[in-house]
Design a protein around this ligand. Sequence first.
Ligand code: 5AD
Ligand code: SF4
Length: 471
Amino acid sequence: MERAAAIIPAAQVEEQLEHCRAIAGLTGQWAGEKPLAFVDTYGCQQNEADSERVRGYLEAMGFGFTNDEERARIIVINTCAIREHAEQRVFGNVGALVHVKRRHPDTLICLCGCMVQQPHAAKKLRESYRHVDLVFGPHALWRFPEMIHTLLTRRGRMFLTPDEPGSIAEGIPVVRQDSVRAWVSIMYGCDNFCSYCVVPYVRGRERSRRPEDILAEVRQLVGEGYRDITLLGQNVNSYGKDLDEPMDFSDLLERVNAVPGDFLIRFMTSHPKDATLRLFETMARCEKVAPALHLPFQAGNDRILKVMNRKHTRAEYLEKIRQLKELIPDIVLTSDIIVGFPGETTEEFEDTLKVLEEVRFDALFTFIYSPRQGTPAASMDDPMPREEKLANFNRLTALQDRISEEKHAAYVGRTARCLIDGASDDERYDLTARTPGNRLVRVVGADARPGQFRDVRITDSNKWSLFGELI
Ligand code: 5AD
Ligand code: SF4
């Protein structure tokens, strides 16, 4: 892609901020209290990060925030398209908003994110969800203020889902949801076209933010007290391929690690085909990089990996894990797995179980295959009955539960330097914390604040989390 074409000129982002100020002028004249907005987010961390930008814009327009649809003057639903279930939930919830719109006709109902970027979903919203005022895809997010300004000053509906390779807009304000952990997008889009996945169609081509913009954001976050920073991208390992200055993800990690301050660096998601020995060596060397890697392998059988278009084999994956464990013995490993890909037999599925036994992941994100319109896998033969897929899925989760339970039990009696990140929702514990590898710890002991690194003695565990006490 043409690099210059990908970056939105600063003057155009400034125009959006002018729209915000103009809207703040309008909202300031509305009768009553400060107007409120409700932003609801489905899906992955990238969507969470996008919603933080939507909130940033809304704040600049003079809005406060609520989780009550009845009190909101603007409702934004940031949608996900990764599986059908995610779409059904959005359509269900948007359908229910028809009553809110009837009671409050001035409330603007807006939908954004990956789901609406798909032509079939945009068409359905246009034709059958007439109470929805605004629909915009990920490529148009940076123009949100301009769209809201138009809707507030003239009646009508707006659909903005341009099909384009995608862009990078710097300087959009953000309102973050947390005060200890922060997301930093380092790149957008995906070029991998795994045969089951809709992401490359809705989020466009891979494009990397400039390192100086990323570093400035990290420095600011550390200055504001953030202690756990996750670098985000669909495939962070291909960071930098499109930059004028030649650099890769390992170089970026090195530079983020050099930012002064006491904080942890995480990143996701990595693709095994681009996760290199150099990356593992960099992780081992950089003291701020957390000993954790999320490395999706999706399936354990080579034939399935090939039809998934994953571009690596099971042996290559296992070899990378071996290298990584050798360099970082206490590495915490997580992965994504799809059960029931079209044509996967139960025998082939059992190769996935073997990978679990061999690697012993700390936790897994497991999914039953969901056909996505327009992807190659959606037109593949899929003869296995749903009950058999479900039975395989249950075998997978049962095995992983056992492994997670055993791995967690091995922490008991040890002391870990944990990041306190909030109040516990379980009354027997005061706080929640995270180990460096990102395992959840419920902690007894009230004399700590979120944002502190504290030694915690692990006293108990189960398959989901650890329990401990402050030292
Ligand atoms: N069906 C089921 N799971 C999917 N994923 C992506 N596309 C699909 C699909 N069509 C899973 C993959 C990916 C994670 C984010 O979602 O495991 O790594
Ligand atoms: Fe989807 Fe594959 Fe890209 Fe991940 S790497 S977003 S699974 S196409």
